[in-house]
Every structure is written in structure tokens, then in C-alpha cells.
Design a protein around this ligand. Sequence first.
Ligand code: FES
Length: 136
Amino acid sequence: MIFLKDLGLRGASLVAVYCAGQSLTACSQNEAITPAPLGSPFTVDMNTSANAALLKQGGYIVQNNVVIANTSKGYVAVTVVCSHEGQRKVTLRSDEFYCPQHGARYDLSGKGLNSEGRNGVMVYSVTQSGNVLTVS
Ligand code: FES
């Protein structure tokens, strides 16, 4: 019987061998999760009570699997899908995006701020016309 260590494989090499034989889900901690692209642009009317949270800095809503947030850098939209393990839990917290599942953190440009967030989060374009935002 030949053991993997006899082939000189250890640590990361063994993980790579293991992951090669598994589904994406089994090894998702090592690979970026890429959400489906935004189907088509959509608008958010901040005059409606459902979207009123966006009128204050620090407020956010989730619509069409997109977190739309009023941040210190203006309106920013990112996917709710966390790149760590694909949980749909990304929210705004303390002027950065955050996934409570394992603590992934992303800055307002989508860049990861810790190891769980290292693959970044997808950012969408937001334009404003009066109290209407268009996410694309
Ligand atoms: S799924 Fe692990 S931090 Fe979001």
C-alpha cells in the first residue's frame, strides 16, 4: 500500500489532492464564490417607507439579493452572497460589509479585510437621480 506521504505530499498538497476529488462546496473555503451576475438594472425609490433606511448614513436595504447601503462614501451596492462559503448574509456594519456566518469583512470597495473575506465581494454600480437609485 502506498501512502500519500510516501509520495511527498503533505499540508497544502494534500488539501489540493483532496479538493481535486471533491465538489466546489466541499472546498469552498479555498475558492472564491462567484454569485450570478445582476440580471438587469433595477431602481430603488427612497421616498417609499420600505426604502427609508437609505436616507440615513449607516442604513441599508436588501433587494434582488443586493445590499444597497448609505455609507460614508455615498451609496454602495454589493451582492448578499458572501465569497467565503456562499451564504446570503452580507450586510452593512460599521461602514463596512460583513457576513455574520464566519465573520468575513469587506471594505466599501469590495476588498476583503480579513482571511474569511480575502476573495472580496462583488460590487455593483449605483447612480442617483433625486431620491431614486439605479443599481446596475
Ligand atoms: S459564509 Fe463564511 S463568512 Fe460568510
